[in-house]
Design a protein. Structure first.
Length: 353
């Protein structure tokens, strides 16, 4: 596809991954118009985009993808060449306590976007709908093996089931209506601007405030961690060079058992905060397990590496250190989002564990 004068809609651009992607696109493609559509839920934060909000090729629209009428008007007004769809409810624990908001945003919201695009995209020439998804759609692995693009879907949480459902619908619009689509399924991301409900920023914030570190179950659950900026470069690459209709797995080849990662993070934080070695590890508290907790995720990203030449740039301990340093240097960002409703969320989520 040509790289000139495109108008791209990014949904969920005020969230964690979306803000990194918007920053990359706005800086890399001065000839594009990047439109960021976001509802600004608890997870959306325009402070994540302060450094690029003044750029001429960037604009922000506040709106809800569950509102089909609003989306139809939006697509009729802007001539979007492409959609990169990240807006979602994204936290597994919240999907256990409130599944309906996941069904509404992740499933209905995605179908609304597909319908709005289909109405104005005519014969689909030079158009592309990119759905950003998760490796959690593949279910849970045992001690060995990896998820490939051929792995059968087996989602187990309301979150992963809602993402699996939206993946199926995106593929269905490709097969049924010929809509040009591409999907990527990525492993756990970490880095700056992540809401402190996910493991790494939550634990950094708790260590800073000497609060307990709630480790679910036996702590031996495994995740494959990817530096968020490497995810953003993968999305850019797939959007521009991926094969229409295809799926790409994205992963860091960087597996950690939770407790091992937590130990490294604790020791790093002791160093950065100039506290005695072992101080942060003393905060580790084993708590009641997450319901239906998936044991292990691990991604085989060789298709993306071999076909498009992508590879992750940052090794895990280096990335963890940079991440911890970023949160410590940006505690005002953290304080802003952990005041108010966050305290209530935290009490409810962790009180009974
Ligand atoms: P996030 O929760 O940080 O951000 C989600 C964004 O979507 C927020 O800005 C929020 O305001 C917006 N949003 C939510 N509901 C909306 C609605 N109804 N209308 C418009 N905007 C709405 O999520 P994230 O971690 O940045 O994840 C982004 C995408 O990547 C999601 O689709 C997620 O499933 C996927 N993903 C995330 C990870 C990860 O590790 N975080 C890994 C793989 C895939
Ligand atoms: P999380 O960051 O919520 O991502 P996901 O559930 O999408 O993988 O959790 C990462 C791992 O850390 C997961 O195995 C659950 C575990 N975890 C804890 O042990 N304690 C916590 O407080 C949180 C939020 C997660």
């Amino acid at each position: 596809m040509s790289n000139k004068n495109k108008t791209l809609l990014v949904t969920g651009g005020a969230g964690f991954i979306g803000s990194h992607l918007v920053r990359l696109l706005v800086n890399k493609y001065p000839d594009y118009r990047i439109v960021n559509l976001d509802k600004l839920t608890y997870a959306g934060n325009l402070a994540n985009l302060k450094d690029i909000e003044h750029k001429e090729n960037y604009s922000f629209i506040k709106g809800d993808i569950v509102d089909a009428v609003f989306l139809d008007e939006l697509f009729a007004t802007h001539q979007f060449d492409g959609v990169i769809h990240l807006a979602a409810e994204s936290h597994v624990d919240r999907s256990i306590t409130d599944p309906m908001s996941f069904i509404n945003t992740n499933i209905i919201g995605t179908v609304n976007l597909l319908n709005a695009a289909r109405k104005v995209w005519g014969d689909f020439t030079d158009k592309l709908f990119y759905h950003v998804s998760t490796d959690e759609v593949y279910g849970s692995l045992g001690e060995t093996g990896f998820f490939t693009e051929e792995t059968a879907y087996d989602p187990r949480s309301p979150y992963s089931a809602s993402k699996a459902s939206s993946d199926h619908l995106v593929r269905a619009y490709h097969h049924t209506y010929g809509m040009p689509i591409v999907i990527s399924n990525c492993s756990n991301n970490y880095g700056s601007f992540q809401f402190p409900e996910k493991l790494i920023p939550l634990f950094i914030n708790n260590i800073k405030h000497k609060k307990a570190l709630p480790v679910y179950g036996d702590g031996k659950y495994t995740r494959d961690w990817l530096w968020v900026e490497d995810h953003a470069t993968a999305i850019d690459l797939i959007y521009h060079q991926g094969k229409v209709g295809d799926t790409y797995n994205i992963g860091g080849n960087n597996e950690w058992k939770n407790i091992d990662l937590i130990h490294v993070l604790c020791d790093l934080m002791d160093e950065l905060l100039d506290r005695p070695k072992g101080d942060s590890r003393n905060l580790i508290t084993y708590v009641k397990d997450r319901a239906g907790h998936d044991r292990r995720y691990a991604i085989d990203a060789s298709k993306l590496m071999n076909e498009l030449g992508w590879e992750p740039t940052i090794q895990s301990t280096e990335g963890l250190k940079t991440t911890a340093q970023w949160y410590l240097a940006n505690m005002d960002w953290m304080e802003n989002i952990t005041s108010g409703d966050y305290q209530k969320y935290y009490q409810e989520q962790y009180a009974e564990r």
